[in-house]
Write a protein that binds this ligand. Structure first.
Ligand code: SAM
Ligand code: FES
Length: 348
């Protein structure tokens, strides 16, 4: 029966909510291996063996939000706050460009310092120095007008994980000054404005069930995101979820394979969080169907401060080391990193 579900998924890219939940419940080494095999074939048909790199620049750990899982939440008084200047950001990009990166991802907390004027200025500066590069933003929820101005300044892509497609679950992870409706509104606006859009969620977050995960999969089936960030939840010692166990590599990889089959052209990162919970987590993610890695380009002086969860990897290395390390890791499993912009291949 499970085999017929997997075949149906691979052929029609769709299952019912109940079937997604059933598939999640049926996870076992054999089902995982079959899903991974089909996911790798689906990816290979579109992207070959290429793995895309994105240079991640963590521009600020100042945040007005208080998400219960996140180490840089505003209530964490132990967090040593920083923000990068425009010069620091363009310096990181210069080093990244020299190393072959053609996508820069600017990520940060919802820091009120980054008004539309400030952020648009940074984006247009990067686009004017590096017209051959894509600029991706991951700066949280903003107004439609703001997203429109940023798009006009040259931003190409936007990452905003939906976090969970279940409203009650969303509310259990966020205080009530945040809303599920606004998160979804943002994703729709970004899509409307012509961004390549990424959604995503954590695996193993508190209160997550097979049913909430099934809703995430159904949401992804309908939304067809260009990118999708899936990584394990990892507890942070200064958050209310400090004692909650982390998500597992096995379930994360299983879901990566399912998502590849739901939407074959999706750009799917093997995340830093996956590399944090297992020494070969990112290699395992690629073997399960992922095709993107995001080495850290942030200045080494701030890396430890962008601590979303405990024991985050890559906080001590130079950008060049981090890139070389990931190249070697990809080669070790038979893949190679390519330095093109790596835009999504949209299907008709
Ligand atoms: N502020 C922006 C936003 O909310 O989209 C971008 C930065 S936010 C820190 C990036 C992502 O980190 C979130 O979407 C969340 O899924 C992930 N994250 C936060 N805390 C985490 C944790 N404890 N374990 C794993 N991932 C976490
Ligand atoms: Fe960053 Fe290995 S990928 S040091």
């Amino acid at each position: 029966h499970i085999l017929s579900l997997i075949n149906a998924l691979a052929d029609s890219h769709s299952l019912s909510l109940e079937q997604y939940a059933e598939l999640i419940e049926a996870r076992a080494p054999e089902t995982a291996a079959l899903l991974a095999q089909k996911a790798v074939a689906a990816r290979k048909a579109i992207y070959g063996n290429d793995v895309y790199v994105r240079g991640l620049i963590e521009i600020s750990n100042i945040c007005k939000n208080d998400c219960l899982y996140c180490g840089i939440r505003r209530s964490n008084k132990n967090c040593d706050r920083y923000r990068l200047t425009k010069e620091q950001i363009t310096d990181c990009a210069a080093e990244g460009y020299r190393l072959g990166f053609r996508t820069f991802v600017l990520q940060g907390g919802e820091d009120p310092y980054y008004t539309d004027n400030v952020l648009c200025d940074i984006v247009s500066e990067l686009k004017s120095i590096y017209p051959d590069c894509a600029v991706t933003l991951s700066m949280g929820e903003r107004s439609r007008e703001s997203y429109e101005l940023l798009r006009r300044s040259g931003a190409d892509r936007y990452l905003l994980r939906h976090e969970t497609a279940d409203k009650a679950h969303y509310e259990s992870l966020h205080p009530n000054d945040m809303s599920f409706e606004n998160r979804m509104r943002c994703l729709r606006d970004l899509r409307d404005l012509g961004y390549q859009v990424g959604c995503g969620f954590m695996v193993g977050s508190p209160n997550q069930t097979s049913n909430t995960l099934a809703k995430d999969l159904k949401f992804i089936e309908g939304f067809k995101p260009d990118m999708c960030g899936i990584g394990p939840f990892v507890p942070h010692k200064d958050t209310p979820f400090r004692d909650h166990p982390p998500g597992t590599v096995e379930l994360t990889c299983y879901l990566l394979s399912i998502i590849r089959l739901i939407h074959p052209p999706v750009l799917l990162p093997a995340t830093t969080a996956l590399g944090t919970i297992h020494p070969e987590g990112r290699e395992m993610g690629i073997k399960a169907g992922a095709n993107v890695v995001m080495p850290n380009l942030s200045p080494v002086s701030v890396r430890k401060k962008y601590e979303l969860y405990d024991n985050k990897i890559c906080t001590g290395e130079e950008s060049a080391q981090c890139k070389d390390c990931l190249s070697a890791r990809m080669e070790s499993v038979g893949y190679h990193i390519v330095t093109s912009r790596g835009d999504v291949r949209r299907q008709k």
